[in-house]
Write a protein that binds this ligand. Structure first.
Ligand code: PSU
Ligand code: MN
Length: 299
């Protein structure tokens, strides 16, 4: 794999590095906002004292720390594959472009030695997963790969309770940041009470270190709620979600297409408001992730 010079030097010198995924760029947001957001997230991480490492696969080669030009390519190039764990060997062998999901980004970050990863929302159990078995590979990865993922909770398009049950089964600590209510991505209020509340980046860093020191393999999920002023109105977003789910059902959208389809449809149904919230919450996660990475380097 190709690790950028800046990221390599930072890792060698115990400087904080934060991993970023590329599916959010290629499949999660429309061009050009996807590219603008990816670059703004990198800038936010730098402003908060860490080095960003945007991860993806170019011509079959994993890249840890993309250039701005490469990020631009992921934002507009056609035929970039959404790459989760199962897709990696195929993309490597065929020398293709792959936009890494949370699961695949965790794998590559871990190989590179990066422990903190910032995204918008992790995948989870879809509504109806008890029948369809549509459960994101992100949850499996959190169960075994040593990377902490900062996410705005779990997106309300999913079944949050089912997702949390699976995370418990897989032994994944879920840390709710600054509130005892689980964040549902677009709002701060899922109504689900959380057992483990953390209130500072240092507290999270100590938990990461304790897990590492005790050789407890697997990830950690930090649920960082969207700031109140950027959150969506619950009624508006829930209406859009219900409609989008119905449209997906009617159009028989399945498998890896469903998450990008729902995201795109919800943006359209909310006249772009959900995209604005999405951008704000990723930036908010970038601030927290950079601070966690910094504290971890000092421990
Ligand atoms: N949630 C978002 N934006 C995204 C994704 C999830 O708000 O772009 C992407 C992430 O890359 C995540 C993936 O890992 O979707 C999950 O896809 P699936 O549900 O097919 O596992
Ligand atoms: Mn799925």
């Amino acid at each position: 794999m190709r690790v950028s010079k800046e990221v390599k030097e930072a890792l060698q010198n115990n400087k904080p590095v934060v991993a970023l995924e590329s599916t959010i760029i290629s499949h999660g947001m429309p061009y050009p906002k996807n590219v603008q957001t990816a670059l703004a997230v990198e800038a936010e991480i730098r402003k908060n004292g860490a080095i960003p490492a945007t991860i993806g696969i170019i011509d079959g080669e994993p890249v840890i720390g993309m250039s701005p030009e490469e990020i631009e390519q992921f934002g507009k190039r056609k035929g970039v594959k959404k790459a989760s764990r199962r897709d990696l060997p195929i993309i490597f062998a065929n020398k293709e472009w792959g936009a890494t999901t949370v699961a695949a980004t965790m794998i590559l970050a871990n190989m590179a030695g990066i422990e903190v990863f910032v995204t918008g929302g992790v995948g989870g159990a879809h509504r109806g997963a008890e029948n369809t078995f549509d459960i994101s590979a992100d949850l499996e990865e959190l169960g075994k790969t040593n990377v902490t993922v900062v996410s705005a909770g779990v997106k309300a398009i999913l079944d949050l309770n089912l997702t949390l049950e699976i995370l418990e089964t897989k032994g994944v600590p879920v840390l709710s940041y600054g509130t005892d209510e689980f964040a549902d991505f677009y709002t701060r209020h899922s109504g689900i009470k959380m057992e483990n509340v953390v209130n500072s980046p240092l507290e999270v860093a100590k938990i990461i270190k304790a897990k590492r020191d005790n050789k407890l393999d697997g990830g950690i999920l930090v649920a960082n709620p969207i700031p109140e002023e950027d959150a969506m109105d619950s009624k508006v977003i829930n209406n859009a979600i219900e409609k989008a789910l119905k449209m997906a059902d009617e159009a028989h959208v399945k498998g890896k297409e469903i998450t990008p389809f729902l995201l795109k449809t919800i943006v359209e149904l909310t006249g772009g408001d959900s995209l604005e919230s999405n951008i704000k919450l990723v930036l908010n996660n970038a601030r927290l992730g950079a601070k966690i990475a910094k504290e971890l380097c000092n421990l």
